[in-house]
Design a binder for this molecule. Structure first.
Ligand code: ADP
Ligand code: MG
Length: 536
């Protein structure tokens, strides 16, 4: 006898279930997808013990007949596609016909459902894939799915579940992802006896953001969209209030939430220097694309996609860039409430020219320039401002032919390892019009450099350069290091004339709002905010 045996249907089901159902949140996701596909506009979710004990999803969608109900829990049964051709033209969230059967294989499942034109509804109970009974029930139109004791029969899986709190967080995260895209659906969520969310339907995504993440975030969200011949992009993103994780940056392709690192990268590319490294904007990017040009059938959990054309990514970046073409603003602290928190200046250059340059009042802490602006009190970080100016001037100098130079040799001593790295990178400095030559053992002489870098602290520059990560961005990085260590510092006293010149030059740069590392340079406190501070 051979060694190969056919697995029993029960084992097959459990193995297959493992690919779709990983934890309570996967059940929540699959059930909500089904409710959305059934055109529900009201979905209530109830969880107990983080979903480990109970997950109940009630919808007011189209429901199922008795026959469909019985079929729905079988493997690979679906009403959403009927042939392989349909796979390349998907318009529903579900299509694999395996969610309910997978859930049935690893839990105690009951489904009650009533379609519109039927007087009574039906309920089935299923355990380990076997239908225990079918009975008539009186329920309103729609479907109720109850999943109890998830993984009661798969101890290996159950063991890997996290605490109730963590599992609950995963489920809430899935619900959030749907609620951002399906704003016309009302969602409510209960955990035990506690109501966690109650989101009424709305046609304005920003209102949803406001309900989910607060008014300040919603107020900071700007919308930009772009239509290309084969793809439409609609982005809602914050420009000031950032997070240290991309946990509130959502992407949807044809209204399906997907997780794609490259999309995050495309957005960050568009923000360029307007964001600090390691920070992420909040909001959502909706992509509509011809379903024939995208493959959703990459993974059982359907959170990955493959595009026929990689141009999607560059299009996301070019659409998001429009956020900054439209308006420029002084970043303001997130703690201030509402409308008047922001000052928008349309058409940057034109309006900067027509607007008065703020009146300089003085310097505080030898760090910040205090100005009186039309809209209120304006604080400018002197170091960041100067860094921005030097950075942009250096970029210009590099391209120019004859550059004003400082010829004043400076000697730098390094350890052997540092000397090795610098020796290898001398051409990068040469490209920046900085002449460095080796002068005996581990010693280098900086012969000349552009005048913009007059105040440079060369020891710091070289040392930081040696510490910086090597990579394709090393040139960019070197420019930032140069700008940082040549700029005036916190603690440098400035005269009114110096401050005036600094502010004037800053306003002529291409990104006056942020230093090359992405930190804000301005902070505006409007008169309204001042009045509130003084309770007027
Ligand atoms: P899929 O969603 O991939 O089709 P599922 O196993 O999730 O597979 O569901 C099987 C079928 O059961 C669906 O195609 C649909 O016809 C029906 N169904 C499931 N949930 C609902 C629901 N909430 N309302 C109406 N029909 C449902
Ligand atoms: Mg489904």
């Amino acid at each position: 006898m051979g060694k190969i045996r056919r697995l029993s249907e029960e084992v097959i089901r459990k193995i297959a279930a493992g690919e779709v159902i990983e934890r309570p949140a996967s059940v929540v996701k699959e059930l909500i997808e089904n409710s959305i596909d059934a055109s529900a506009d009201r979905i209530s979710i109830k969880l107990e013990s983080g979903g480990k004990k109970l997950i109940r999803v009630i919808d007011n969608g189209e429901g199922m007949t008795k026959d469909d109900l019985l079929l729905s829990v079988e493997r690979y049964t679906t009403s959403k596609i009927s042939s392989a051709v349909d796979l390349s033209n998907l318009r529903t969230l579900g299509f694999r016909g395996e969610a309910l059967s997978s859930i049935a294989a690893v839990s105690k499942l009951s489904i009650s459902s009533k379609p519109k034109d039927q007087l009574v509804g039906y309920k089935i109970e299923v355990e380990e894939g076997r239908i225990l009974f079918l009975e008539e029930v009186g329920i309103p139109e729609g479907t109720v799915v109850e999943v109890r004791d998830l993984f009661f029969n798969v101890p290996a899986r159950k063991k890997f579940l996290k605490t109730e709190k963590v599992e609950l967080e995963h489920s809430i995260d899935e619900i959030l992802r749907f609620s951002i895209c399906y704003t016309h659906i009302g969602f409510s969520v209960e955990h035990g006896k506690k109501e966690l969310l109650n989101l009424p339907p709305t046609d304005d995504p920003i209102k949803r953001f406001s309900m989910l993440f607060g008014e300040d975030v919603a107020d900071d969200i700007k919308r930009v969209s772009e239509e290309y011949d084969d793809i439409v992009i609609d982005a809602y993103l914050t420009t000031s209030i950032m997070r240290l994780k991309p946990d509130r940056l959502f992407f949807y392709v044809n209204r399906r939430n997907i997780r794609d690192r490259e999309m995050i990268y495309s957005v960050l590319k568009a923000y360029d220097q307007r964001i600090i490294k390691g920070e992420y904007p909040q909001g959502a990017v909706f992509i509509e694309i011809d379903p024939r040009k995208v493959d959703f059938n990459v993974h059982p959990q359907k959170t990955e996609v493959r595009f026929q054309d990689e141009k999607v990514y560059s299009r996301i970046a070019s659409c998001v860039k429009k956020l900054f073409k439209k308006s420029i603003k002084f970043p303001v602290s997130a703690s201030f409430p509402k409308e008047e928190s922001f000052l928008f200046v349309k058409e940057k250059r034109a309006s900067y020219k027509t607007k008065k340059i703020p009146q300089i009042i003085g310097q505080v802490g030898k760090r910040y320039i205090v100005c009186e602006a039309e809209e209120g009190l304006l604080l400018i970080d002197q170091h960041g401002a100067h860094e921005r100016i030097i950075y942009e001037r250096m970029k210009k100098e590099i391209r120019k032919e004859g550059v004003q130079k400082v010829i004043e040799p400076k000697r730098i001593e390094l350890d052997p390892e540092g000397a090795l790295v610098l020796r290898k990178n001398l051409d990068i400095f040469r490209k920046m019009k900085i002449e460095i030559r080796e002068f005996g053992k581990n010693t280098f002489i900086i012969d000349s450099y552009p005048e913009v870098l007059k105040g440079a602290d060369w020891k710091k520059i070289i040392n930081e350069f040696l510490r910086a990560k090597k990579g394709y961005e090393i040139f960019e990085e070197a420019l930032k290091i140069l700008a940082c260590h040549s700029a005036i510092k916190a603690g440098d006293e400035l005269s009114i004339i110096q401050m005036k010149n600094l502010v004037k030059e800053l306003y002529e740069t291409s990104i006056p709002t942020n230093c090359p590392h992405g930190r804000p340079i301005f902070h505006l406190i409007t008169y309204r905010q001042l009045e509130r501070m003084f309770k007027k």
